[in-house]
Design a protein. Sequence first.
Length: 81
Amino acid sequence: EIFKEIHVLVIDQGTILDRIDYNIEQASEKIAGAVKELDTADKHQKNSKVMLCIYLLLVLCMCMAVVLVIKKSMQAKHRNN
């Protein structure tokens, strides 16, 4: 009788250990996928920062060109007067 109860307990514990093992494997797979997604997101974020910098520099260059054109036109008006 005692051996039958011990046998049942051992089987139950084996089932629990199998579930724990399965859950650990699933968690490991999901973590690996999450790491890949984080790497991709990091690359996109770095690329977007670089593009933002490039756009900002382009806007500043355009502003400087407009200022130069206005300055030249003002100088031309002063010479004509």
